[in-house]
Write a protein that binds this ligand. Structure first.
Ligand code: ZN
Length: 314
């Protein structure tokens, strides 16, 4: 039963990830932005697939060989309980794991609970042992804080609902690039963005209108700004230990330059996408900022828009 599930998840997940990865090998004859969209789409689909099927594989017990020192990226956790010495016991349902963090949220250890991929609840007893009740199979586990199994038995079907809901909801510090592995919904969202990009890259001859492209530019610029801000936050984590006479100016420089870089990067990517020329219907590309213009590659027609932006040369 156990082994069958592992094989099933490996087969389906493996097929999905191989298909997603092979989509990145696209012809070099297609336009550059389509190749970029295809490559990025394939990458996001692989990440989403690894997150979703990786969690599923862990939940059915296929990753029990992971060492105690392996920390699954938890992200947002519900039902977190605390021991008398303020250690945090974190349940992670998607991977079927329990992870222990010290009072300063440093990772201590983690292990897999045989919950068969379903929900489970935690509570800490007077003696600081961790009690686990699983949702459907009505199993009752007792673990020590280091993950040693003390007992495992079945309990009455109502036990899960009667079990106290003492846990808190907490965001466990998780690197931005690991969030897709923390929650199947995020895995799916990343995969869906990837699928959308693959679709855009595979369309033979879509030509979008100028208004639609202006909206895309705004979205990409905003996304670039957010991305730059996240990068700046990561940089600040690294420079935080420096004396504040260094860390404050460095942080400000990092924030400004990464936010600006993100804005320009987002705009650069958006401007790889061609637009239908109003004169000859072939490919036009955006340029400039005051105002934003569209220059046709074929007939040379320049279409002015009423949109202006305050960055860049002209
Ligand atoms: Zn034209």
């Amino acid at each position: 039963m156990h082994l069958l599930w592992i094989i099933l998840v490996l087969l389906i997940g493996g097929m999905f990830i191989i298909c997603a990865a092979s989509a990145s090998f696209s012809s070099s004859k297609i336009p550059r932005w389509k190749r970029i969209a295809t490559f990025a789409g394939s990458g996001l689909l692989v990440i989403g697939g690894c997150g979703f099927f990786g969690s599923a594989l862990s939940a059915v017990g296929g990753l029990n060989w992971l060492p105690d020192s392996f920390e699954w990226p938890v992200g947002y956790a519900q039902g977190v309980v605390t021991t008398s010495d303020n250690y945090n016991i974190v349940p992670h349902t998607p991977s079927g794991r329990i992870q222990v963090y010290d009072p300063h949220w440093n990772f201590v250890t983690g292990w897999h609970v045989g919950a068969g991929g379903e929900v489970f609840k935690l509570d800490v007893a007077e003696d600081d042992n961790i009690h686990v009740i699983t949702g459907r199979t009505d199993l009752h586990y007792v673990f020590e804080k280091d993950g040693t199994l003390i007992s495992k038995d079945t309990c009455e079907p109502a036990a899960y609902d009667l079990f106290p809901d003492n846990g808190k909801s907490i965001v466990v510090a998780t690197a931005p690039w690991l969030w897709p592995f923390s929650n199947p919904i995020i895995s799916w969202a990343v995969g869906a963005i990837g699928a959308g990009l693959l679709f855009l890259g595979s369309k033979q001859d879509i030509k979008i209108g100028i208004v639609f492209h202006l909206i895309i530019q705004v979205v990409f610029v905003f996304a670039g700004f957010i991305f730059g801000g996240i990068l700046a936050a990561i940089v600040m984590e690294f420079i935080r230990p420096l004396p504040s006479i260094l860390s404050i100016p460095l942080g400000i420089v990092a924030l400004l330059s990464l936010a600006y870089g993100g804005v320009r990067g987002g705009e650069y990517v958006a401007r790889l996408i061609s637009v239908r020329c109003p004169q000859c219907r072939s490919s036009s590309f955006a340029e400039g900022h005051r105002p934003i213009r569209y220059r046709c590659k074929t007939c040379g027609h320049v279409e002015l828009t009423r949109c202006r932006a305050s960055w860049g040369k002209d």
